[in-house]
Design a protein around this ligand. Structure first.
Ligand SMILES: *[C@@H]1O[C@H](CO)[C@@H](O)[C@H](O)[C@H]1NC(C)=O
Length: 603
């Protein structure tokens, strides 16, 4: 196997002419400055597609095929299954081995729809088919599925059976229904959905042309077929929105306060007076929003949105903006109200190509929603801070008997609350990253970041958040953020992995903690990728420590997966400093022995 080790920080003490003068210092301080200057941007391990297959830590799904568009995944850890939505097909795969006894449902678009789609000038292969965009768990037995149906979206239920019994896998063709306002028409259009309490929340375009975009709620246990949606008459609400992710997040201990947060980008409504054409946003609605009584009937009455910024402060206020949100990942914490929000952004600049990861706290997001509203006097005016009277209850608050017995539902909101929220759905302040700027960035490289998942890893010397970043060239970067007392945060690119044979955009990634695997979809294929391949770092203690991979530690024989619960054995790892000297000083290991022999020789 040819593993490229370009840029790996080797214990370079041996090449150093300075060595003799430094020998009086401890070995640890000797190596530190050397490693500190190592180029962080270069991955410590770079594996080609062939290397990865040989390492047995990446398995391609054999049902993969060109243009099948593997963009919708649903992880079912309980059943040990992965549902995969593609062009005209839904697959049921085993999480352990994608290729073992997989099942599939063939669900093409209706023939007449395909013909109409082609007549409308759409592409027969890449547009006029049934591209699956929604796979959401509905109840204990059924999954809700929607496809674009050749620009005529349709939805239905897939029966999986009860989880302890053998899995059935059948689409109920008798209960198919329209997918409008639940699923995009266009297979390529950015889209987000989530199912909770049998309600489906979707951010999507609602028409053939993709002009009208909406955030909607549909289905529900009573199946009353009432949609709640964003108001269409007020262009302040959404403007050509591209939805990226949506998540139910409780705000307080009171379930009446539960909200749905959604992340999107949209065109700026400032028109020509604005410097930014695209803005990224976080929006939210109350779960118990039932619409208004006299106006905003079947429309959200609790809809608010705020700007999400990700930029590098520059001299003279000339900041470098990463404006276009591409993906969102919520890293769970012990407190379900406060997941850590990771966003991947790209620049809309024509001058340079760049991507960045910015990290936000829910506390900061809530503070912006609790802050001042923005106000626009007329289309010709700019947004300014609203300074007038704010009606009661504060617009954006969820109705709750606990707070006010007279306001049991959104239909009890006074008229001034409804008319206020119509005109003031935007918050005045923006949400900034918790650390002030990007946590990770790639500038002037010939690829862009498209996807992110994050794993919280317990390592030998502490706890680390490891990011897996998908790119538009079919690679995955594995990056660890390391907080240091003195130097702030260091980002180390551990691995750069070519997970697809051909360069293609990574469209989706799902993380299974139980399997320690990532499932990664692109236009032409699906692969499962192990979170770690410790043995590729080599057998030596020093190699293992230099790798700084929190998943791995030296176990006395080899570099292997570190398990915090396993019996206490002398495991060696130094993620923080990557210093083998403090870890491997007593180990008969080639690299270090050579170093020692060399230094004693000098003495
Ligand atoms: C789940 O929903 C489907 C579709 O509405 C229904 O047929 C099925 O009986 C439900 N299953 C359970 C366990 O409630």
């Amino acid at each position: 196997m040819s593993i490229h080790r370009e840029g790996r920080a080797k214990p370079r003490g041996l090449d150093l002419p300075l060595l003799p003068t430094l020998l009086t210092l401890s070995m640890a301080t000797l190596l530190l400055p050397v490693l500190g200057t190592s180029k962080q941007d270069i991955p410590r391990l770079r594996l080609t597609y062939k290397d990865l297959l040989l390492s047995n830590s990446c398995i391609p799904f054999l049902g993969s095929s060109e243009g099948l568009d593997f963009q919708t995944l649903l992880l079912d850890e309980e059943r040990g299954k992965l549902l995969l939505g593609a062009k005209d097909h839904v697959f049921l795969l085993s999480l352990v081995d994608l290729n073992k006894n997989f099942k599939k449902i063939h669900w093409p678009a209706a023939k007449e729809r395909v013909e109409l789609c082609k007549l409308a000038g759409k592409d027969a292969n890449t547009e006029c088919a049934n591209f699956i965009r929604v796979l959401q768990p509905y109840n204990k037995t059924h999954v809700y599925v929607c496809g674009t149906g050749a620009f005529h979206p349709m939805c239905g239920y897939i029966d999986l059976g009860l989880y302890k019994e053998e899995v059935t896998f059948k689409l109920d063709t008798h209960t198919l229904e329209s997918g409008r306002l639940k699923c995009p028409f266009d297979p390529q259009q950015a889209f987000a959905s989530v199912m909770t309490d049998e309600y489906l929340y979707s951010g999507t375009a609602s028409d053939f042309l993709g002009k009208d975009t909406a955030f909607t709620r549909s289905l529900g246990p009573t199946h009353d077929h009432h949609y709640i949606r964003t108001d269409i008459s007020e262009h302040y609400w959404l403007s050509g929105a591209k939805f990226i992710g949506t998540f139910p997040i409780p705000d307080t201990y009171n379930p009446d306060d539960d909200k749905i947060y959604f992340f999107f980008r949209e065109s700026s409504q400032e028109g020509s007076t604005s410097d930014k054409a695209i803005l990224s946003r976080v929006g939210r609605v109350c779960k118990n929003d039932g619409g208004g009584q006299r106006s905003l009937i079947n429309k959200w009455t609790t809809f608010l949105k705020a700007r999400l910024t990700c930029s590098i402060p520059g001299r003279d206020g000339a900041d470098t903006h990463f404006d276009e949100l591409q993906d969102i990942y919520l890293l769970p914490t012990r407190d379900e109200r406060n997941p850590v929000v990771y966003g991947v952004f790209t620049t809309s600049s024509s001058i340079f190509k760049g991507s960045a990861v910015c990290v936000y706290s829910m506390a900061d997001i809530r503070a912006v929603f609790n802050g001042p509203y923005a106000h626009k006097e007329s289309a010709d005016h700019r947004w300014v801070q609203y300074e007038g009277r704010i009606p009661y209850p504060r617009p954006g608050t969820c109705p709750s008997r606990t707070y006010d017995p007279l306001i049991k539902s959104t239909r009890d909101f006074p008229d001034d609350v409804i008319s206020f929220i119509r005109r003031h759905p935007v918050m005045y302040k923006a949400v900034y990253p918790a650390s002030g700027g990007p946590t990770f960035k790639r500038i002037n490289v010939d690829y862009r970041l498209t996807q992110i998942v994050v794993d919280h890893v317990v390592a030998e010397d502490g706890q680390y958040d490891v990011m897996f970043l998908g790119t538009d060239v079919g690679t995955v970067l594995k990056v660890v953020s390391i907080s240091k007392e003195k130097w702030g945060v260091e980002e180390v690119v551990l691995e750069e992995l070519q997970v697809f044979k051909h360069s293609s955009t990574i469209l989706t990634m799902e993380l299974s903690l139980k399997q320690q695997q990532l499932y990664i979809g692109s236009r032409d294929g699906l692969v499962q990728l192990s979170l770690h391949r410790c043995d590729t770092y080599g057998k030596a203690c020093a190699d293992c420590c230099l790798a700084r991979d929190p998943y791995c530690a030296w176990d006395g024989n080899a570099c292997s997966r570190y398990a915090p619960t396993s019996k206490r054995r002398a495991r060696r790892q130094d993620v923080k400093y990557g210093d083998p000297v403090t870890q491997c000083w007593d180990v008969e290991d080639s690299e270090y022995t050579r170093l020692l022999t060399f230094s004693s020789h000098l003495r």
